[in-house]
Ligand binder design. Structure first.
Ligand code: FEO
Ligand code: CA
Ligand code: CA
Ligand code: CA
Length: 632
């Protein structure tokens, strides 16, 4: 029996909660021809949504024209921007300062902002909109830019510098009397790097899968790496998510099915850490990769507390961790696994969030249920628990215990027949309606390795799409939901229906960053790969961008264009909405993704132009000249 034929899945939901548009969608999707029609024209949008999906405050800015793309930042008329903190800037605002030609040592790098800013969050000081902590992920390094001579003369020193440029920064930031934001010194400033001791907690902590020769207890890992998107908890902690961790490890011997499933192989991604740090040599340290690929909780106001890897949330290529509360106060975390054909997950805590007893919230991410999503073709969906002994997760099928299920989450999700998606990136929850949106960036194997279905309707999905769903009873802990495609990205000018999409508003593709502000605006950031920008389906799109989207009208309006070769990823706002923070990652990236140190500015010299030898990832601040809130 197909999982979708399960009568429980197909039961009618409470008419009082019925979503008119969803019902129409289900009828609409009944015929496969309708799936084609869905992306062949704009008619796929039902017109009844206005009172249904969580709404946004109307935008007030003028769209930034595509023609303004340049090797710089373009923001709407009446807006201004400035760099807040770039790779190599001192995290205390003072020293050590990075030199023009990047001869900073590993020790200095560990006191400076890392490379390749990604997920981020502003933690206001007591609700302030002019002072707080800036926490930002440093996803990975381009070692062609990191060292003066790139990867030539490879050494332990270079490995250490690369590791020091990974991880997370916690910095104090403040708006001065002239209105300019600065990094300042303060008690919570710290760097977490690729070798910072991190506690391991939750059901898999201490298990045999996590034990190594240097940590026989399996409870203390060194470092967090490939920190992609993020989450923020109601109790004031930051979640950083370890994504493509496989690329740092190398195994020359035969790989196991578990290693293969997370992508461990004989080559890695070419970071070359294993040449000087045995931890990354899997032949010597077979369990070390199991200590990465987690969601890591950091308390930004407790610098003495080690980051904590929360194994209850599963191990995979974590993109982000979007936190919300169920109706009864339990904590719900939505997470994407960004690879072609991977899944969307949900964690629901056993205990409830206690706003007045902060000490009780420290273990909310240790005890709970991890589930994986199944999207049926009729517009309904359900969460399938990944719990030992249930749904075929038994020793007969190779699942020895719960720790194994959490370490090898992808294998467990395969077993329960989760729905393979087109590279799930960020998940965003609407602030009031609790509707959930996930960016599916692209999948060139759709229609080949992964069959077409309603949730992934386009063959060779180059442009990507966004799916949204509403949990039944609008309760995030409910195991049932109703979903639809929010938008099929594309170029309205393209005559190929597969590439055209059904956008209302401005052309875009490869959605990645997705974040709702408290006014209901869905900020959408793109990550078209450097090899695809300006070519083929992306002929008109030479740079990555950021959009404001309206959940009701489905309008996408272009808010920002990034510099050449960059990705726009990570966004937050001050509580008064008057300052927006946006990360610009890998400006100047060449299609090979590793720069030539002899020509580091071949693609971009942003943001320093002549003042620095190479482009730098950076956080920028954006504000309005008239001092009003950003966006709306
Ligand atoms: Fe680090 Fe999937 O983006
Ligand atoms: Ca991403
Ligand atoms: Ca991406
Ligand atoms: Ca990236």
């Amino acid at each position: 029996m197909n999982e979708f034929d399960n009568p429980i899945v197909n039961q009618r939901f409470d008419p009082a909660q019925a979503i008119t548009e969803q019902s129409q969608r289900r009828l609409f999707l009944k015929s496969s021809a309708a799936v084609v029609a869905l992306f062949g024209s704009n008619l796929g949008f039902a017109q009844t949504a206005k009172s249904v999906w969580g709404a946004a405050k109307p935008f007030t800015f003028e769209s930034v024209p595509l023609s303004m793309a340049t090797d710089g930042i373009v923001v709407p008329k009446g807006y201004r921007w400035a760099v807040l903190a770039a790779w190599g800037d001192p995290i205390n605002g003072k020293f050590p300062v990075i030199s023009y030609d990047v001869i900073n040592t590993p020790e200095q790098q560990a006191k400076q902002f890392g490379m390749h800013h990604d997920g981020c969050a502003f933690f206001p000081d007591q609700g302030s909109s002019s002072k707080g902590l800036w926490v930002v992920n440093h996803e990975y390094t381009d070692d062609g830019l990191l060292h003066p001579d790139g990867m030539k003369n490879w050494s332990l020193e270079k490995v250490r510098k690369s590791q020091a440029a990974h991880g997370v920064t916690v910095a104090h930031i403040q708006k001065d009397e002239k209105g300019s934001w600065q990094v300042v010194s303060g008690p919570y400033t710290r760097r977490i790097t690729g070798y910072t001791p991190c506690a391991i907690s939750g059901p898999a902590a201490g298990s045999k899968y996590l034990q190594t020769a240097s940590d026989p207890k399996g409870r203390l890992a060194l470092g967090t790496i490939n920190n992609c998107a993020n989450g923020v908890t109601p109790w004031g902690t930051y979640l950083t998510c370890e994504e493509n961790i496989n690329g740092y490890f190398v195994k020359k011997g035969k790989v196991s099915k578990e290693e293969q499933r997370i992508g461990i192989n004989a080559k890695g991604f070419g970071y070359r850490w294993e040449e000087f740090d045995d931890r990354f040599n899997v032949d010597l340290n077979p369990n070390e990769p199991n200590r990465f690929g987690w969601v890591v909780e950091i308390d930004p106001r407790n610098p003495d507390q080690a980051p904590i890897k929360r194994t209850a949330l599963g191990r995979f290529k974590h993109e982000g961790a979007e936190v919300t509360l169920a109706k009864d106060g339990r904590v719900v975390v939505y997470m994407g696994d960004d690879q072609r054909g991977e899944y969307v997950y949900r964690y629901v805590s056993k205990n409830k969030y206690q706003p007045n007893q902060p000490e009780l919230n420290r273990t909310l991410l240790d005890e709970g249920t991890l589930s994986v999503a199944q999207f049926s073709d009729n517009g309904e969906g359900r969460w399938i628990p990944l719990v030992f002994g249930q749904n075929g997760l038994t020793p007969e099928n190779g699942f020895a215990d719960q720790a194994y299920i959490l370490v090898e989450t992808r294998l467990a999700a395969d077993q329960v027949k989760a729905t393979p998606l087109d590279r799930p990136e960020w998940v965003a929850v609407h602030p009031t309606s609790k509707d959930v949106y996930v960016a599916l960036t692209n999948n060139n194997q759709r229609g080949k390795e992964f069959p077409i279905n309603a949730a992934s309707p386009r063959e060779n999905n180059q442009m990507g799409h966004i799916i949204r769903w509403r949990p039944r009873q609008q309760d995030a802990a409910n195991d049932r939901f109703d979903w639809e495609i929010f938008v099929l990205a594309g170029d309205p000018d393209n005559t190929d229906p597969n590439l055209k999409g059904n956008i209302r508003g401005d052309v875009f593709g490869s959605p990645d960053g997705l974040w709702f502000d408290q006014r209901g605006i869905l900020w959408t950031q793109t990550d078209i790969s450097s090899g695809a920008l300006g070519k083929g389906a992306y002929a008109r799109i030479t740079n990555n961008m950021m959009f404001a989207a309206d959940p009701v009208t489905r309008e996408f309006r272009r808010f920002l264009i990034g510099p050449n070769g960059s990705e726009v990823t990570g966004v937050d706002l001050t509580p008064d909405y008057k300052t927006m923070f946006v990360n610009i990652q890998h400006p100047g990236e060449s299609p090979s993704e590793r720069s030539n140190p002899d020509k580091p500015k071949a693609v971009s010299d942003w943001p320093d132009r002549k003042l620095f030898s190479r482009p730098r990832s950076a956080t920028i601040v954006i504000w309005r000249e008239d001092g009003k809130p950003v966006g709306a």
